[in-house]
Design a protein around this ligand. Structure first.
Ligand code: ZN
Length: 386
């Protein structure tokens, strides 16, 4: 690569930041990316659905198939007057590029494009398949983004072997942490039903708070597992409890509870649900329970991609990355189990810039990270597609 790699990544990142692409708005970002990829011989397709823009671009055919995945949408800016520069005007101050989406994840998208441009300039006839799956609905409900696009691609028997997700995985230095999996996330909305009545006549009422406290105490005391080498122990957190009208003389009729589980690969969502429902039934609760699964946990099998990523980072920075499963969910949860359940999974690694400012006021990315990120992506392409 030439000395102007940083300028190239910077220019494209800035172009993307200028677009007000708050979820699920793509605001023209994918068109910019599509034009760059079309010039490189990629076949461009839009898998749009319900107001969500999804870009599928691929070049070449057969194995190995390396896919880059990412999102053009950004989270809202928050109070604009608290930003040191307008959030949709890319602004450089003291070696940092400011703008909403700078780190999550427009710099990654720009780095991927420049990496592919440089790779193909170096050797136009790469074997296998290179592809991009870019959505404008990662930060939102994520129903019509990556999940929808994968369903469409599966109908055509398309499945990548390896996937790099550009989420900002790094902690202090570019490449110091990559994500090789994520915990699962399961939400429960519980309503415990009692019988409302006057506090002076408890025999004629049934207090769901008293009953709930006992059961929730038992629920929160469950030790699910000890974790494993890749994951911390599974944790259940009660996040909301509501009951009562404000009156001091009424036993309320209902107690409402919200709780969330962050769980590892020692558990499944089905097993967690069964355990919790058994606990409620055993205690004779009269309840309603609604579940919402944000994602099953995944742990990528450590294979050729993990090795290529580790080698590329070591070559660029001299440091070995930490393989981590920390952080929130990402679209990696949809990509990893691409094939039929339990079979032919995709090896997925998340690799992007440092994440200290993501989703915050004054989100920024260090200029010094831009060229190394592009070079690391380029090196990975070289290792996988040879
Ligand atoms: Zn992101």
């Amino acid at each position: 690569m030439t000395v102007n790699t940083q300028d190239k990544v910077l220019a494209l990142t800035g172009e993307l930041i200028e677009r007000h692409s708050v979820t699920p708005d793509d605001a023209g970002c994918q068109e910019i990316i599509a034009q760059r990829l079309a010039q490189l011989g990629f076949t461009i397709e839009h898998l749009d659905h319900n107001g969500v823009r999804n870009l599928w671009a691929h070049r070449g055919d057969g194995a190995p198939h390396l896919m880059f995945a990412g999102h053009t949408d950004v989270v809202p800016t928050g109070p604009v007057d608290q930003w040191r520069s307008p959030p949709f005007t890319p602004t450089i101050i003291n070696g940092l590029l400011y703008g909403r989406g700078a780190a999550d994840m427009k710099a990654s998208l720009a780095g991927m494009i420049v990496a592919v441009e440089h790779s193909l300039a170096e050797s136009p006839e790469v074997p296998g398949t290179l592809s991009f799956l870019i959505t404008s609905d990662e930060e939102g409900d994520a129903l019509y983004g990556t999940q929808y696009a994968i369903a469409e691609l599966k109908k055509r028997n398309i499945k990548p072997d390896y996937c790099i997700v550009g989420e900002p995985s790094s902690s202090k230095l570019i490449g110091d942490v990559v994500r090789c999996g994520r915990r699962g996330s399961l939400n429960g909305a519980l309503t415990i039903k009692g019988v409302q009545g006057h506090v002076a006549y408890p025999d004629a009422a049934h207090n769901p708070i008293h009953e709930g406290l006992r059961v929730l105490d038992e629920l929160s005391a469950i030790e699910w597992d000890d974790g494993n080498p890749y994951y911390p122990p599974t944790s259940l957190q009660i996040s909301n409890i509501n009951a009562g009208t404000g009156a001091t003389n009424i036993i309320p009729g209902e107690l409402q509870v919200l709780f969330n589980l962050r769980f590892n690969t020692e558990q499944t969502s089905a097993g967690l649900k069964a355990t919790i429902e058994e606990l409620f039934d055993r205690n004779g609760l009269n309840y309603e329970l609604q579940w919402h699964l944000s994602g099953e946990p995944f742990l990528t099998q450590s294979g050729r991609l993990t090795e290529a990523v580790t080698d590329a980072i070591e070559k660029e920075t001299g440091l070995a990355p930490e393989l981590s499963t920390s952080g929130g969910t990402s679209d990696g949860r949809f990509i990893s189990p691409w094939g039929p359940a339990g079979v032919s999974r995709v090896e997925v690694v998340e690799l992007g810039p440092t994440n200290a400012t993501i989703h915050k006021i004054n989100e920024c990315v260090a200029l010094a990270e831009l060229a190394p990120l592009a070079r690391i992506y380029q090196q990975i392409i070289k290792s996988i597609l040879t």
